[in-house]
Design a protein around this ligand. Sequence first.
Ligand code: SAM
Length: 313
Amino acid sequence: MPHNTPTVRAALASITARLRDAGVANPGLDARLILERALRCDTARLIASGNERLPGRVGDEVEAMVQQRAARIPLARIFGKKEFWGLDFALSSDALVPRPDSETLIEAALALCPDQGATPTRILDLGTGSGCLLVALLKEWPDAWGVGVDRSVNALSIARQNAETNGVAGRLALVVSDWGDAVSGAFDLIVSNPPYIMSHDIDGLEAEVAVHEPRAALDGGPDGLEAFRRIVAALPRLLSPSGEVMVEFGAGQEEAVRRIFEQSGDVVRKSHYRDLSGHPRCARFRRIPCAHDVHFSEKKLGMAGRSGYRLAN
Ligand SMILES: C[S@@+](CC[C@H](N)C(=O)[O-])C[C@H]1O[C@@H](n2cnc3c(N)ncnc32)[C@H](O)[C@@H]1O
């Protein structure tokens, strides 16, 4: 064992200092996660080995990760994966890193059918990115199938990979589409975590987001609400008569999103849900039945549109 390597404790301290100097928000946590990854160990083991010398063989790997993190590349992108809803998701530069706050939407969707009674069978995910929302829902509901839509072909190929890794690829179609434009059929549940940041705010965000997340996943137009308007416009065509819609939104957008959806006259808000920090994060809307729905035939509700999708994989 080389004697010139620092102890694990000393390495932790020096990496923390380097990351702090680079402006990383939680330098101690990230330093620990980098060392745990290099040493293939958990936190308890890392702490227990504080007085041991860092094995020379991990030096290059640690240094490479520290340099990337100091350049403000998010840890998930350095590691190439992120856990969401207890599942592993691979990442690419074209797909947003799944956020813990987006698990609020999954919790809200599961609350629709306590005890797994009458779960939605047809799910549409608009702006699927890594596929995290759709894959998590399909994993929870084994009888459901889903369509994931994105404008980015490259995001859809990582969504495909994630569906395969998590064993739901046989129940999902991925479609290149400008929101709902290339989709047909009627869905019991439409979910979306659309881009909702105001265009002129993006450059002021932390570098991890502003520089390292795909702009198309962030930019919600001048007022941050453009995608919601597009999604609402597609609802009459894509939402089944008793269908539900769940959307994630950003800080301070709750009322504006509610107005956009309810002014359409197609849906009414049933509830909203808060994220782990207690901020409103997700809203649930339900379709208002209309005369047309009485004649909505089963044929139209079925899987007829499925074969027509342009698949991306
Ligand atoms: C905030 S990300 C959400 C990704 C993923 N659903 C999640 O929750 O992590 C928004 C996604 O919408 C996609 N998107 C942006 N504009 C779009 C459009 N016009 N049509 C379809 N998808 C779009 C982006 O490519 C991105 O993958």
